[in-house]
Design a protein around this ligand. Structure first.
Ligand SMILES: [Zn+2]
Length: 67
């Protein structure tokens, strides 16, 4: 049997990352993903896949977004 009870899961958060790098194929396109908290700031770090630049625009994903 695996001792799964002893494992400490890192805190995960669903975040929406939006790249603002000029000329990036994903520029301005929100990308929802799972992010894990880091020990020191910035707590959540994102990287844009198409352009490889760090994403600073990270906001918590809200499932019940109105409008
Ligand atoms: Zn990008």
């Amino acid at each position: 049997m695996a001792a799964l009870d002893d494992e400490v899961e890192p805190e995960a958060a669903i975040m929406v990352a939006t790249c603002h790098t000029a000329g990036c194929p994903a520029e301005g396109e929100p990308c929802v993903g799972t992010y894990y908290a880091n020990a020191e700031p910035p707590i959540y770090r994102g990287m844009c896949m198409p352009c490889g630049q760090p994403i600073t625009d990270l906001v918590p994903y809200e499932e019940s977004a109105t409008q």
